[in-house]
Write a protein that binds this ligand. Sequence first.
Ligand SMILES: NC(=O)c1ccc[n+]([C@@H]2O[C@H](COP(=O)([O-])OP(=O)(O)OC[C@H]3O[C@@H](n4cnc5c(N)ncnc54)[C@H](OP(=O)(O)O)[C@@H]3O)[C@@H](O)[C@H]2O)c1
Length: 254
Amino acid sequence: MAERLLILGGTAEAADLTEAASARFASRLQVTTSLAGRLPPPRDYPGALRIGGFGGTEGLVDYLRTARIGFVVDATHPFAATISGHAAAACAATGTPRLLLLRPPWTPRPEDRWHMVADFAAAADAVKAVAKRAFLAIGSGELAAFSDARDVHFLVRLMRPAAEPLPLARYDVVTGRPPFSLEAERALLERERIDTLVAKQSGGPTAAKLAAARATGARVIMVARPEKPAGPRVETVAAALAWLGARLAAGARD
Ligand SMILES: NC(=O)c1ccc[n+]([C@@H]2O[C@H](COP(=O)([O-])OP(=O)(O)OC[C@H]3O[C@@H](n4cnc5c(N)ncnc54)[C@H](OP(=O)(O)O)[C@@H]3O)[C@@H](O)[C@H]2O)c1
């Protein structure tokens, strides 16, 4: 009988793993991908797709038991710390093997002007100290941290238009969903006379904004990642496939 794999998604790696695992392990693995559902899925997924929160750790425990999940791959975004904590706790409670697929962070080049900060409060302090026109490319969730930077003009990038005014004194909004080209990012930074880019240390392929900051001489305030739970972790889809292959082989021998 096929084993059941739950992939916690919301990243390009999760989508790539869903496709690759469905193709590689075909009849041996049934894949379900789970998305939080804040945005419509950016692409089609093979296998089953479930959308929306589980209802905390307890809800995820129930789900793992009811859906008879054999393995979990947590391929959520490096800044999605809550769901990863819930996944670790729920897998521990149910004895479900769990792998963290976490893309490597970006590394600065010698010509980059990065200022590493521990969190969004520290990023706001740094912005207040050095910026006149700052580009907030951090999504919508942490904007309130910058609300008392009243002398800074912000350019805020959101995936969709905001339903309510943002908690900032002076700002403009641009909307868009990655990937972005270097040419477009550079043109945006130049047109808006951006001196400071605030970014999350997400890693991954969408680094055009960092290349644009390098090209225009803008400084980058880089917010460090939150901690993800301990346990087995890999950085690539290929390594996650190898982990799944080993698990399936071990199960077949039992
Ligand atoms: N944070 C980012 O910068 C970022 C960027 C790109 C993509 N994403 C993706 O967007 C989703 C939400 O991110 P977040 O930072 O808001 O997460 P979060 O703070 O870690 O999670 C908040 C709640 O959202 C639900 N949730 C999150 N991911 C889920 C998933 N894959 N399937 C089902 N429920 C999920 C869970 O609700 P319950 O407690 O009810 O289960 C969780 O407690 C994540 O899946 C992440 O991969 C996040």
